[in-house]
Design a protein around this ligand. Structure first.
Ligand code: ADP
Length: 170
């Protein structure tokens, strides 16, 4: 398990079919920081049982944001999205660790458009417009590994397992 924790890859856990030990990138967007939603959003991952292994308040460069949202480069809102993310204020970037944290985080943030995001999700509880949907979480194993490397240096990520794990997993 420690080897798995030390890598950015999704590693199947021996003997526990269908579960994985993973890391994912979650960030609170500038509007979430300005609105004072940081502790509400962070607390959801903490209470759920995931482990915070990296966290920083940063103003990402325009280049970083363009790279992060590169897959959106043909969309009409791409330039505006990148300007908003790099110029509107800081972003709280985090790496969360735990079994199936990538998929679970996607479920926790809710649909991209808050109008269709289920109540109980971050966007379903805290947002009303797709252009200000307050949170990001990596989509998939490759995306998570790529995004963590884009936002964090290796030495910024704690190599730790959590003492609470025996109370979370059987
Ligand atoms: P998600 O953030 O749920 O992974 P996408 O990867 O599809 O969703 O989109 C990335 C981000 O681009 C969204 O979180 C949102 O900030 C922005 N975005 C997506 N669609 C729109 C849209 N129609 N208008 C404005 N911004 C959008």
């Amino acid at each position: 398990q420690c080897d798995a924790a030390a890598s950015h890859k999704s590693v199947p856990l021996p003997g526990i079919p269908g579960t994985t030990f993973e890391r994912t990138l979650v960030f609170v967007k500038p509007e979430g920081v300005h609105r004072g939603l940081v502790s509400n959003i962070m607390g959801r991952w903490e209470r759920r049982g995931f482990t915070l292994v990296a966290c920083k308040l940063v103003k990402p460069s325009y280049e970083l944001v363009r790279q992060h949202y590169n897959y959106m480069s043909e969309r009409p809102f791409y330039d505006g999205l990148c300007e908003h993310m790099s110029e509107s204020g800081p972003v709280l970037a985090m790496v969360w660790q735990g079994r199936d944290v990538i998929k679970t985080s996607r479920l926790m943030i809710g649909a991209t458009n808050p109008l269709t995001a289920a109540p109980g999700t971050v966007r379903g509880d805290l947002a009303v417009h797709v252009g200000r949907n307050v949170v990001h979480a990596s989509d998939g194993v490759i995306g998570a590994a790529t995004e963590i490397q884009l936002w964090f240096r290796d030495e910024e990520i704690a190599q730790m397992d959590s003492a609470k794990n025996p109370w979370l997993y059987d």
